[in-house]
Design a protein around this ligand. Structure first.
Ligand code: IMP
Length: 419
């Protein structure tokens, strides 16, 4: 029996889905605990591409139970669309896909508010996915949002929408109320089989010795409390989010795997100390296909930032690192790794709390030799070019956590396991 957490430890897009997929081969359940349809988890399987937004990527294994925990925000309409697409690709949901009644909903008004904030020139632009994530979490914190369980209780549904209207508009809008409740009732009829007491399910599975895997979304630097605030998402993407977002205590988790890419990327606004604005950045973007899965936006690219990486290893208590997209770095003469920041003339190895200090930080780089070989077919660590091995070892040394998995391509079998 084992319980494993797979957490993105950068600004998202670390390749978590591929690592989840690889580690889910002996899992009985895969649980998502935060975020919603802002995630874009892509898995390539025998040449076919599967994209998971709200649904856990464990769905690819036909016997794995997939759970959406209380800390997620559920857009019922987007979810139904996603389920249809995945069904068309041959995946099954019946009897194995369950949603917590406690999970808050993302409604059309949340998306409208999200887009309105993003398009308002007088506000700080975050560069959100416009999936309504922030406004939905804000409404939960304000104790006015509807929960997934309310969809199946007519009284709670109508009262909930009316309360939400009063909160946002200062009045109930009858036509909108009727429209929204009719649409939600329709969605509810299709989603009813998914409603389940997910907390008890997980604990019963745990007691029966089953393997449970927790699949993080976004990344630690986007955590609403511990990330690069305000340029963050609105959920807890770090280890503590598992407990509050699923109802499973973190002390029962045996293995915490942090996923890092071999270089850094960020999509949306916010500080990024090692960002490359030159052709090297463009080369990484092209080689790594660094364009957003959800929004299609080009991702900002930069060198590996060991200051940020050490910070996220620390706050998550990582046991091991899954190091992804190493193949993208083939062909560079020299690679750079940021080992410290210089802020206002002072050198530091600590990741600052404030976005403005981060904006002023200059990277202190260590140069590393690159390698020229294509490594996408290599399956043993010792067969990697010396320089690639040294690069991985340098990351282990700088972050202070062993690298147990190296990914050299998108497919399941392009994965190197180290003992
Ligand atoms: P939101 O989560 O849509 O509110 O967006 C807040 C910030 O998190 C923006 O910078 C987004 O680009 C970023 N973000 C949200 N989800 C993801 C993700 O899955 N990968 C990478 N960045 C994300």
């Amino acid at each position: 029996m084992s319980t494993t957490a797979v957490l993105g430890c950068m600004w998202g897009d670390e390749g978590k889905a591929k690592i989840t997929d690889v580690l889910a081969s002996d899992a009985h359940a895969v649980v998502r605990f935060q975020g919603g349809a802002n995630a874009g988890h892509t898995i390539w399987l025998e040449g076919a591409k599967f994209v998971f937004n709200t649904v856990p990527s464990g769905l690819l294994y036909p016997d794995v139970i997939c759970i959406l925990g209380a800390g997620m925000v559920i857009d019922p309409f987007q979810l139904l669309q996603e389920m249809n697409t995945l069904r068309d690709q041959g995946l099954q949901f019946e009897g194995r896909f369950f949603i917590s009644p406690r999970a808050p909903l993302v409604l059309p008004l949340h998306k409208t508010i999200d887009a309105g904030h993003e398009n308002d020139a007088n506000r700080v632009k975050i560069g959100t996915t416009k999936r309504g994530i922030g406004p939905a979490y804000a409404d939960r914190t304000s104790r006015v949002n509807l929960l997934f369980g309310d969809l199946f209780d007519e009284e709670a549904l109508r009262a909930g929408i009316a309360n939400l209207h009063r909160h946002h508009y200062g009045e109930v809008r009858p036509i909108e109320l009727e429209e929204t409740s009719a649409l939600l009732r329709e969605a509810a009829a299709r989603l009813e089989p998914c409603l389940a007491p997910t907390i008890y399910m997980m604990h019963e599975m745990y007691s029966a010795g089953k393997n449970i895997l927790f699949e993080g979304a976004q990344g630690s630097l986007l955590d609403v409390g511990l990330g690069t605030y305000p340029f963050v998402t609105s959920s807890h993407t770090t280890m503590g989010g598992i407990a509050t977002g699923s109802g499973f205590p973190t002390r029962r988790i045996d293995r915490i795997v942090g996923v890092y890419k071999s270089y850094f990327t960020r999509v949306g606004e916010g500080p990024f100390v090692t960002e490359l604005h030159d052709e090297t950045g463009q080369r990484i973007r092209d080689r790594g296909h660094e364009y957003g899965t959800v929004s299609g936006r080009p991702r900002r690219c930069g060198w590996f930032d060991a200051v940020a990486a050490r910070y996220t290893a620390l706050i998550n208590g990582l046991d091991e690192i899954a190091f992804t997209l190493l193949d993208v770095l083939s062909g560079f003469d020299t690679l750079k790794v940021c080992t410290a920041y210089r802020i206002d003339g002072e050198q530091t190895g600590r990741f600052p709390a404030g976005a403005s200090a981060l904006n002023r930080a200059e990277p202190v780089f260590e140069d590393m030799p690159g390698w020229q070989e294509d490594i996408t077919g290599i399956t043993r660590f010792d067969d990697l070019p010396q320089a690639a091995q040294q690069y991985v070892q340098a990351i282990e040394r700088l972050v202070g956590v062993p690298v147990s998995i190296v990914s050299v391509g998108p497919d399941r079998n392009q994965t190197i396991f180290r003992s």
